[in-house]
Structures are given as structure tokens and as C-alpha cells.
Design a protein around this ligand. Structure first.
Ligand code: MN
Length: 285
């Protein structure tokens, strides 16, 4: 597959290290594009819910693909989100064409574009509220896990997939108004600051729409997520579009992703000094 040359790509909410993450699809997508600038707009590695035992090879391959892009000259801007907020203490670090930051303002072909994750708008990331949000997050993870099991069964029976969390979310009117509030808040703030575009992530709701108020207008964009929507924002020919991952377009690309979890030797912890003891090596000699 030929790589599609693009000016800017914005992705967010990959949530690497969680069960809901579609790492294989992310790898396929990254392999298919060649952007000059890649903006990772928060919640890339899910440090909140980080489970040392769960980081499959496919998730590592996402990082490898991003590294490949870096070594091929793509400028990568990693903007921190709430699930990777522990990286915020290193914000504004720059290393070659890699940059870590909390927000960024880019002038793209004369248009001022403001990019940040968006968790700054919710109060749930502080103190005990944060703990609740975390627990909620685990519940969400479990929901996704049960959902993928049921989908596996449905697929085996030749039936169509269903999305639990989409149903849960869509049925809750509160969530809908919360999304609306989020978009409105971001847009109003961007208008106040006289930006032409504002780009967020965080709410897992891909979007591109113009917001007009008495003060002016702005184009609000959201890159969505790679848990459910599998979307990214792409900028080319002076225009932003929402990319939607479609499995059919990537059938051929599936092969390169190797899963080797099962081939790993069984490891035993013996003492603090000897951390690894590999049975298979001892048997072979
Ligand atoms: Mn977030």
C-alpha cells in the first residue's frame, strides 16, 4: 500500500495499555500515512489504568510506528491528556523533531489553530473526583471487554457487531448535553482568543463544525478516539477532514502485525538479584 502524503494528522485517545484499544488498527493506519506533522492529542498511553501485565506486542508496535515516523523526519508533537497527565511534569521538552507539551498553537496556511486535549474543562480530574473517574474508567474498560467477547460470539454466529458503550452513552441525555457543552465551551474560548480553528480530543466524539456566536466564529474539530470510533483528523490541500477507519480498506495490511505473546518463554522470579530465570535455555544446552 502506498503511503498517503499528508500535511498534518491529529490523533487522540489511543488509550494504549487498555483492553479497549484497537492497536492493530492504529498500526495499519500509521503505516498507511506519511504526515509532515503528527499531533498526538492526549490519552495516548493510558497511565491511569496502566497495568504492567497488559501491554501486548501490537501496542508496542504502535510506539514503533511512531518512532519510525520520527526517524523518517515527521515532526511529532505529543500533547498530554488526563490519562497521561503524569507526563505533564516533562512538558515543553523537545528532542530533535519530537516535542512534549500541554497545548499548541499552530499557524497553518495563515489560519491560527489551537490544539489541546480538553480535560481542562472537566472538574472530574482532581482529588476524590479523580478517583471516582478512575473507577468509572475501569468500569468502562470492563464494559468494553464484555462487549468484545459478545461481539466475538456474534461474529462466530455470523451476526452483526453491537456497541454497548455507544448505547449506554447515547441513551444518557446528560452525556449528550455534556458533549454539547464541551464543544460550545471550547469554541467560545477559541473565538475569544481569535483563533480560526480549535482542535480537541478527550470526549471520544469526532466532529467538524463551525460555531458562530455574537463575538465571531470558529471551526471546532475533534479527532475522536481509537476505542470505538477509530477516527483521526487529516489536513491536506488547505482542508481538515475526518478520517474514518474502515476494516475493508486494510485487509491486505493485516499480515505485518505479529503477535508473539504465546512464544515468550515462561519467566520465574528467583531472587531480587536474579530477576529472570529462563527454563527453555537451560533445557536446550
Ligand atoms: Mn481524556
Amino acid at each position: 500500500m502506498d503511503k498517503r502524503p499528508l500535511d498534518v494528522v491529529v490523533m487522540s485517545d489511543l488509550h494504549l495499555g487498555t483492553y479497549g484499544c484497537h492497536a492493530t488498527e492504529i498500526v495499519n493506519y500509521l503505516k498507511s500515512i506519511q504526515p509532515q506533522i503528527l499531533v498526538l492529542n492526549g490519552d495516548i498511553i493510558d497511565i491511569w489504568q496502566f497495568n504492567k501485565r497488559y501491554f501486548p506486542v501490537a501496542h508496542m508496535q504502535v510506539i514503533k510506528e511512531i518512532m519510525n515516523m520520527l526517524s523518517n523526519g515527521t515532526r511529532v508533537i505529543y500533547i498530554t491528556g488526563n490519562h497521561d497527565e503524569s507526563l505533564r511534569r516533562y512538558s515543553d521538552m523537545q528532542m530533535g523533531n519530537f516535542q512534549l507539551t500541554d497545548k499548541v498553537v499552530m499557524e497553518i496556511n495563515g489560519k491560527m489553530t489551537w490544539i489541546f486535549h480538553g480535560d481542562v474543562f472537566d472538574a472530574t480530574t482532581k482529588g476524590s473526583a479523580k478517583l471516582l473517574a478512575k473507577l468509572g474508567g475501569h468500569g468502562y474498560d470492563l464494559l468494553i471487554l464484555i462487549n468484545s467477547f459478545i461481539n466475538w460470539c456474534l461474529k462466530a454466529m455470523g451476526k452483526e457487531k453491537m456497541s454497548f458503550s455507544k448505547k449506554v452513552k447515547n441513551s444518557v441525555k446528560k452525556a449528550v448535553s455534556w458533549i454539547g457543552d464541551f464543544e460550545q465551551t471550547a469554541a467560545e474560548l477559541a473565538i475569544e482568543k481569535k483563533y480560526d480553528y480549535v482542535i480537541c480530543g478527550h470526549i471520544h466524539q469526532p466532529q467538524k463544525r463551525e460555531v458562530v456566536t455574537d463575538e465571531g466564529s470558529v471551526v471546532y474539530l475533534n479527532s475522536g478516539d481509537w476505542i470505538e470510533n477509530l477516527t483521526a483528523l487529516e489536513y491536506k490541500h488547505n482542508e481538515w477532514t475526518i478520517f474514518q477507519y474502515n476494516e475493508k480498506d486494510f485487509v491486505k495490511a493485516k499480515a505485518p502485525v505479529v503477535t508473539m505473546d504465546k512464544k515468550l518463554p515462561k519467566l520465574n522470579v528467583v531472587t531480587d538479584e536474579v530477576a529472570l530465570f529462563i527454563h527453555s535455555l537451560a533445557l536446550q544446552s
